[in-house]
Write a new protein. Structure first.
Length: 403
């Protein structure tokens, strides 16, 4: 089977996902086009250089609707002969775009793809597209639906994680992210975003709060306690599914959950022939990809079974992995991953994660693959695994090998 290689990875800085965020003036299509142009220019792509642009975004409504991928290609400087495919696997959309592109290359369907995603959470509100699992009572009742924050708290309750543990992980995420930026560890991937006049508007992840400490987080109110304990009483729904729990321990808040931000990312993937034709050197090989469905109530445990699946499919064990990127949707997601595999915390998100820098839903999967690649190169390590939890109970993962 044909090998799929990563030739380049580009992302925007992550801007605060609100009206005063630095990227707020840009539409999803405009930011996507800037990232596509960066990939094009950095790699000298001309004409029909890639088979397709596969682009993830979660809230596919309004300016993020209407096959955003094709709109982004047309706004960019890419050739109009390149089509576009918009996909949605919730928080793993950017990763699924990469995995889909890689597997099409491996299957012989084209020599190269640009894959990634975007989410402008300050312009297109999360959940504004509606979701049957949340609003259709027949499905909600069948699946014992609760919001994601309640799911994160169920994980903490089920697996015995305390608020102090969650807060400590959040403080460490902030510390690592600040150290990574100070050491210019993101310099190869992050591009400065400019306005229509070419003036810089954001060159640095904007959401970070490097002064965060345990005392600061300790003063925050649990975000999902009222939602769980008052009407409509989501805790009661959860306990119907998990009757062995006496109650749900609400430990998550804004400081130990992922930040709402704007951002985009793209990865250039191709076979060996593509690299030779364009005089590009591959940076990594995509060794394996995987996805899985999980319990939709606890919802966010997917990184554990999907990691088990991808390792099994690849004939590998957890000890074969040098570095891990586990999306910090909520602190308990990462705590559960480390508990399940007994991995060294120093190998997990060594440059911080979404708690510190934010989680632009449709882009994050591509962002963490790029971050993983950069860190493998910086540290001289060989093999890395990236994984995300996914709404409605799913997991996705990618294993890459540095070349």
């Amino acid at each position: 089977m044909t090998e799929a290689y990563i030739y380049d990875a580009v992302r925007s800085p992550r801007g605060k996902g609100r009206a005063d965020g630095a990227l707020h003036e840009l539409t999803s299509v405009a930011l996507s086009a800037k990232i596509l142009n960066a990939i094009k220019d950095r790699n000298g792509l001309t004409g029909h250089a890639v088979e397709d642009v596969i682009w993830g975004n979660v809230t596919q409504v309004g300016e993020q609707g209407g096959c955003l991928a094709r709109s982004a290609v047309l706004l960019s400087d890419l050739d109009e002969s390149i089509p576009g495919l918009a996909i949605n696997r919730f928080c793993a959309s950017g990763m699924e775009a990469v995995n889909l592109a890689a597997n099409q290359i491996k299957g012989g369907a084209g020599q190269a793809y640009i894959a990634g995603g975007v989410e402008m959470m300050g312009r297109v509100a999360m959940g504004s597209d509606g979701a049957a699992i949340a609003v259709d009572p027949t499905l909600a009742m069948k699946t014992y639906f609760v919001p994601q924050g309640i799911s994160a708290d169920i994980i903490a309750t089920e697996y015995g994680f305390t608020r102090d543990q969650a807060d400590a992980l959040a403080v460490e995420s902030q510390r690592r992210a600040a150290a990574a930026w100070a050491d210019n560890r993101f310099a190869r991937s992050v591009i400065t975003i400019t306005d229509q006049n070419g003036l810089p508007i954001l060159a640095h992840d904007e959401y970070m709060r490097p002064g965060t400490d345990m005392q600061t987080l300790g003063a925050l109110k649990a975000s999902f306690k009222d939602m769980g304990e008052s009407m409509p009483g989501f805790d009661k729904v959860a306990l119907l599914k998990y009757p062995h729990l006496e109650r749900v321990n609400h430990i998550h808040h804004a400081g130990n959950s992922s930040g709402i931000v704007d951002g985009a990312a793209a990865i250039l993937i191709g076979n060996a022939e593509f690299g030779q034709a364009h005089r590009l050197k591959p940076r990594a090989r995509i060794r394996a990809t995987a996805k899985i469905g999980t319990d939709p109530t606890i919802m966010l445990t997917g990184p554990v079974p999907v990691t088990e699946k991808i390792l099994r499919d690849a004939g590998m064990t957890i000890t074969d992995i040098d570095l891990f990127e586990v999306n910090e949707a909520f602190a308990s997601v990462v705590l559960r991953f480390m508990q399940a595999f007994d991995v060294d915390p120093a190998k997990v998100n060594p440059n911080g994660g979404s708690i510190a820098m934010g989680h632009p839903l449709g882009a994050t999967g591509a962002i963490i693959i790029g971050t993983l690649l950069d860190e493998l190169e910086r540290s001289g390590k060989s093999v890395g695994l990236a994984t995300l939890c996914i709404a409605s109970g799913m997991g996705a993962a990618t294993i890459i090998e540095r070349l």
